[in-house]
Ligand binder design. Sequence first.
Ligand code: FRU
Length: 439
Amino acid sequence: MKNRLHVKAPGNWVNDPNGMIYYKGQYHLFYQHFPYAPRWGTMHWGHAVSPDLIHWEHVGVALFPSLSEDQNGCFSGSAVEENGVMHLFYTGVHYNQVNPKDIHQCLDQDFTSAQLHLTSKDGMHFDVFGDKEVVIPALTDPEIGDNTHTRDPKVWKGSDAWYMVLGSTTKDHKGEALFYKSEDLSHWRLAGQATTKQKLGWMWECPDLFNVNGRSVFVFSPMELIEDTDGYADRAICMLPEFDEKTCTMKFPENWQLLDCGGDLYAPQTMTDADGNRISIAWLRMPEPVDGIWQGMFCMPRVVDVQNDHIYFRVLPAIRDGFCKKTDSLVSACGECAMIRAELKEGESLEIGGYKIWRQSGKVCADRTDVYPSGAKGWLHAETPQLKEGDLLEIFVDPNMIEIYANNGEYVLSQAVYGLGETFSYEMEKKPEIYLWNE
Ligand code: FRU
């Protein structure tokens, strides 16, 4: 099954992107996948590949449970390449009791997590029965981290060794990052632990640490970061800490940014593309399946940049360039994706198939009430912080997702939508421009 721009569940359920890597001339996007129903359950790794980060093809299930340690799921993780071999790292979960009514869900959060590793010589074949090894067994010392909630290994090559960051929770229920070090990708030793002074959620899912423009960028998804009765309490955030690789110590700044202002994006992961850009892809949480068939998709790949202490998530240039067929009508409802360029001034507005965007107090505001299931989880209304007048909006319209990039990725606001129409209207001084993909 082929996808363009947005990777959607091939059927049933997807959540986090995993194992993103440019390997042997193509991009690999693995993802958390429950292949049997459009809901979360025993996790497999689905697998999609792309030559260009734009055209994607689902190529089946790569990982599934086979050992006692991962018998109830192959949770999130990452990929690196060493001497032409792809190395995958993920969290194996083992439920300590069987849920007799639903074996795909855990009872009372009573499970154990270990970190596993396997390799592939071509990135397409995985010896799920013969090659898995447990590289970090379930933790037994609560001074280090939690036996249940320690997961999502992100591995990178440092200056002198391989490094891994894991998300965990401290004894006093604060989110925590654990750092491990290895010379051979098989033997790992604890090298550092880090947590913030102020509590930022109780567990840090999907931590990711990398450099952009000489700065360390830390992206993570703290659970119960905010109180949000309408939406999701777990949020993906990013910040610019100081990280010392030698000692694996992290100094946290006071400030952090939401990864996206729309409220739906979660559990992002990054990789380096063929040109050396840092690319982020995140899961778009969706409250119900589309046509009863598939649930969950990924945002477009975004280029991470750091300027003046701010983290930008920019449109991938090849995506902007691909939208070069100017048109007057919107055909989003036909499964197409469109790009709209708009200079939205204070008090002005536009409406895309029932999705409303306007500018108020300098902020870009959006409302999806008319194109979202009533009573479903997720913010109906979302807004960016204040922007400068004259900042350009680049709005990408997919039948199930709107992504608004403001001022070249200074802020991005993305939201899931359902039943988007073909209408397009605006109350703006300057006419917005609509572009279709040229292919
Ligand atoms: C984040 C997450 C990860 C975990 C995976 C399980 O959405 O909860 O922490 O590995 O999803 O599907």
